[in-house]
Design a protein around this ligand. Structure first.
Ligand SMILES: *Cc1c(COP(=O)(O)O)cnc(C)c1O
Length: 426
């Protein structure tokens, strides 16, 4: 039962609660969500429901309050919500690891379960650095990435986020200095491939790994690029003894029209990070997968263990829901749903291309993006979407949507309409 009125709640929220990338006290009043079901968020102020265009940041692919996921959580809750993972194991974690190994690109065999995407990237970086240390090459400790990326908010991930969007200037002298390539062009260009090759060759002695988001750069700018660059990276990394890490935290589980974006290029990375949609948006959980080459390399070292072990590693509740979410996804024609959403977004967002202030409209899989030629007026854009009955959360010059896969055609049209309205008014 609610104990606080909406005004009380908002007042306390503003005074005490940090929100993502927010000031303290808060300046923009958030909406209070009372409950959520299907693709709808119910607001606590009595103003009704909003169709969710964000999947709670890529995660709620099956929508909210899903009976199958609820049941999986309830069932596991009756057994145990958590138990430590040191010296103990349990079926949800083991089944989840098996699912991930089976469904991910061939060659990824070992799974480290972490509690958030950023931590899974930390683990990936630790794996790569330790691999080279174990092989007697401790000098290989830098990372290479291309600009425009986003890999999370803890320190190692921050160091490979886009230097401008990632506020590197604020952290000069604190963040590890990594090697940055130019942002990847949309289409394949041999000159850009050469740029990647030459950077990897030049820095090979100090590079532990190349880390990129394959095919779609998410929170760094919502840009798409040719999958052919992933093959260029794979070949150059192999030629110069550098590991390749794919951060599929946003792209994983079907969002781009392939189960994992790596499949668009038929490339297996040495290490792969998963998160966001892993539990269908129910609970925080992430995974770092690696090949036997990486695991064996680490195990042959002077310190033969991977020294990482979060308290809530392998959380049974989250793992049980993740298993249910994966089974739900694979048990349906998910690709048809993603293609349907892609077609709906292409049609519904097309009018935005003619609006003044719009630079570009782009759609890939179940992702739709309208890029403006100016910074978005958050309040105006969000307000316009809410008036259309839709929840959107634009950033920088981008109004975008990645709807739950269960979004019906009418709701999809409504989301696209709201994106256009936000672009017009934001
Ligand atoms: C969201 C995201 C992360 C960080 O995940 P958190 O769970 O927020 O820590 C890392 N990489 C990519 C590509 C992401 O989209």
């Amino acid at each position: 039962m609610p104990e606080l009125s909406v005004p009380e709640l908002l007042d306390l929220d503003r005074r005490h609660v940090w929100h993502p990338y927010g000031p303290m006290p808060g300046r923009q009043e958030p909406l209070v969500v009372e409950s959520a079901s299907g693709v709808r968020l119910r607001l606590a102020d009595g103003s009704g429901e909003l169709v969710d265009g964000m999947s709670s940041w890529w995660s709620a692919i099956h929508g909210y309050n899903h009976p199958v996921l609820n049941e999986a959580a309830r069932e596991q809750l009756g057994r145990m919500s958590h138990v430590m993972f040191g010296g103990l194991t349990h079926e949800p974690a083991v089944r989840l690891a098996k699912h991930l190994v089976d469904m991910s690109p061939d060659g990824l065999e070992h799974v480290f379960l972490a509690d958030s995407g950023s931590v899974s990237v930390e683990v990936a970086v630790k794996m790569c650095l330790q691999y080279w240390r174990s092989l007697g090459r401790p000098g290989k400790q830098r990372l290479l990435t291309w600009r425009g990326g986003y890999h999370g908010d803890t320190w190692q991930p921050m160091s490979v986020c886009d230097p401008q969007g990632g506020m590197h200037e604020l952290w000069t002298g604190v963040l590890q200095r990594q090697v940055f390539a130019d942002p990847p062009p949309v289409e394949y260009e041999e000159s850009y491939a050469d740029h990647l090759r030459s950077l990897i060759e030049r820095h090979a002695d100090e590079l532990a790994a190349v880390i990129v988001e394959p095919v779609v750069q998410g929170a760094g700018g919502m840009r798409f690029h040719s999958p052919a660059y992933l093959r260029v990276l794979r070949e150059a990394c192999d030629a110069h003894d550098v590991l390749l890490v794919f951060d599929e935290i946003a792209t994983g589980f079907g969002r781009t029209g392939a189960l994992f974006a790596a499949e668009h290029a038929a490339v297996t990375p040495d290490v792969m990070c998963l998160g966001k949609a892993l539990t269908g948006g129910y609970l925080t959980l992430a995974a770092t997968l690696c090949t036997s080459r990486v695991a064996d390399g680490i195990s042959r070292g002077e310190v033969p263990v991977l020294a990482h072990g979060p308290t809530f590693m392998g959380n049974p509740l989250a793992a049980a829901v993740a298993c249910a979410s994966i089974e739900l996804l694979l048990g349906q024609d998910w690709l048809a749903e993603v293609k349907r959403i892609e077609a709906g977004l292409r049609e519904g967002l097309a009018p935005a291309a003619k609006l003044p202030g719009v630079r570009e409209v782009r759609v890939l899989g179940a992702i739709g993006v309208v890029q403006l030629d100016h910074s978005v007026d958050m309040k105006a854009a969000t307000g316009a979407a809410v008036r259309e009955g839709v929840w959107l959360r634009p950033f920088r010059d981008l109004i975008y949507t990645m709807p739950p896969y269960v979004t019906g055609d009418a709701d999809l049209a409504r989301i696209a309409n709201a994106v256009c309205a936000a672009a017009r008014e934001g």
